[in-house]
Design a protein around this ligand. Structure first.
Ligand SMILES: NC(=O)c1ccc[n+]([C@@H]2O[C@H](COP(=O)([O-])OP(=O)(O)OC[C@H]3O[C@@H](n4cnc5c(N)ncnc54)[C@H](OP(=O)(O)O)[C@@H]3O)[C@@H](O)[C@H]2O)c1
Length: 239
């Protein structure tokens, strides 16, 4: 009987992987999905963040998306798992200067590696884990990565990194869409986190509530959402 009930529980539980869950938007994703009873796998870099995430009921894995050894260890750990949703949320803003100031090599590399290289390393490891469930692979990008919508030259390294991430996700939608996955890019709004600052427009609660609705819609309507760029309110953003 117990085995039977456990079987039912496993069948009903949905599993989500959240990459970059230590604070800000990632941490709020963990809170809300746990609150709704999801099985959450949350990645972090520091041990102290692992304890915080475990206290929320998440299963934790260590992952630095810029470190090949860390990525390899994570890939081994995630390989046997089946996922319904994966979110690549890890991101770095880097230099705030406009295109009038050339970026330092180290700062450029840090942003590009965290925002683009990490996503490109992890797509081949994670996408196969979503196929069985026809899952959703969501990437937290930014409106600042929209070339069509660009109205300022500031933070150009970040803008370039998110535009590159958008291109990578579009490619993922073409590669994995025919296999049943819905891959999409989301803009969370301007949110009160370490990156967004206290003056930002909205709270993490509002942003994540909205992005979860976008993810749920992507799970139901792959045809309209695979390869799309949406804000947290579900509005389409021009590339
Ligand atoms: N806040 C906004 O207004 C806003 C607007 C548009 C887009 N976004 C995007 O939303 C996402 C989350 O931003 P946030 O506002 O929550 O920023 P945040 O408070 O600065 O948090 C950034 C998260 O990314 C993780 N991270 C950074 N580099 C990593 C790496 N190499 N490996 C693994 N994890 C890494 C951080 O982990 P550690 O704690 O270990 O550093 C942290 O969990 C980012 O992709 C960001 O670009 C935010």
């Amino acid at each position: 009987m117990l085995v039977f009930l456990f079987g039912i529980k496993r069948a009903i539980l949905k599993t989500i992987l959240i990459i970059g869950a230590s604070r800000g938007l990632g941490l709020e994703f963990v809170r809300q999905y746990r609150h709704d009873g999801w099985e959450v796998i949350a990645t972090h870099r520091r041990a102290v963040d692992g304890k915080k995430l475990a206290a929320l009921g998440a299963e934790t894995m260590v992952l630095d998306t810029t470190d090949l050894k860390s990525i390899a260890a994570f890939a081994t750990a995630i390989k046997p798992r089946s996922l319904n949703v994966a979110i690549y949320n890890a991101g770095v803003f880097g230099p705030r200067e406009s295109v009038a100031a050339a970026p330092a090599l180290e700062a450029f590399d840090e942003v590009m590696h965290a925002n683009v290289f990490g996503a490109m390393q992890l797509i081949p490891q994670i996408a196969p884990r979503l196929i069985k469930n026809k899952g959703v692979f969501a990437f937290v990008s930014s409106r600042m990565g929209s070339i069509a919508g660009m109205t300022s030259a500031n933070g150009v390294t970040y803008r370039a990194s998110k535009a590159a991430l958008n291109a990578v996700v579009k490619a993922a939608s073409l590669e994995y869409g025919p296999k049943g996955i819905s891959a999409l890019v989301m803009h969370p709004g301007w949110v009160q986190t370490d990156m967004g600052g206290k003056e930002a427009d909205i709270t993490p609660e509002i942003s994540i509530t909205g992005m979860r609705q976008v993810i749920a819609a992507a799970g139901e309507h792959a045809a309209t959402h695979n390869g799309g760029f949406f804000d947290y309110a579900g509005e389409k953003i021009a590339w």
